[in-house]
Design a protein around this ligand. Sequence first.
Ligand code: LAC
Length: 307
Amino acid sequence: MKITVVGAGNVGASVAQRIVDKSLARELVLIDVIEGMPQGKALDMFESSPIDGSDVHAIGSNDYATTVNSDLVVITSGIARKPGMSRDDLQNTNAAIVKSVTENIVKYSPNALILMVANPLDVMTYVAMKVSGHPRNRVIGMAGVLDSARFRSFIAEALSVSVADVQAMVLGGHGDSMVPLVRFTTVAGIPITELLPKETIDNIVKRTRNGGIEIVNYLKTGSAYYAPSASTVQMVEAIVKDKKRILPSSVWLEGEYNLKGVIVGVPIKLGASGCEEIIQLSLTDEEQSALEKSANDVRENIAKLNI
Ligand code: LAC
């Protein structure tokens, strides 16, 4: 298994380090346009591998030729948000970057699976799918796992229980209109509506929707990367180990959930061939209209693209 991580900033470097720590590849290439940075970070990671007992050979490069024959490519490149910015404000800049990255990836690794992490997430997943010409199962966006992890953390904190016992699913676009599905959220199988008052749940839903900006407002010069990289690597592991995990992920829909020609987060089965199945839940009218609203927000942004 050869994995390329494009973008050696906070998210990309953290993704690469977690891949090394978990021994998820034989070869790992970290790519960035900044000279020396991917080389330095990858060498530092490689030098950590004897301590962790990892046989991942990490190398950094500014040249896409190094990425040749990758099996999986994680795209994290692009600018991050600053306070006062929405993810959509990044669209024009990041679409141009993601377009050029995708062209380079496809040139050297025509068969690689693409896992998108750049924002605005759903629109960038669309850009990679369109530019690569890959079928929809091979271009997948990471965000539902992150949004669900935030939701799970806040529920565990409110109940003072182990995060391991909290199961949750956040659907929709990775934006302000994301759809945390309270009805499918449980603690050790118990619906959270049995355990928490409505007001607390509503506040947790709101905090989850604002999870990204809460961190941006603290950091001021960038956005989150610990939880985003952990979420990305959970998806990498599902692909590398063909685990067939059910994870909310952004994929192109062709009629599922009554949505067509748009990318949003829905539960999928994730394995070695990428998105192996879209799991269809029957939603209430309220849930369905929230999902449609979120999909429409993504659709409007896709229409503004100039690629
Ligand atoms: C977040 C950004 C990275 O949700 O989208 O933290």
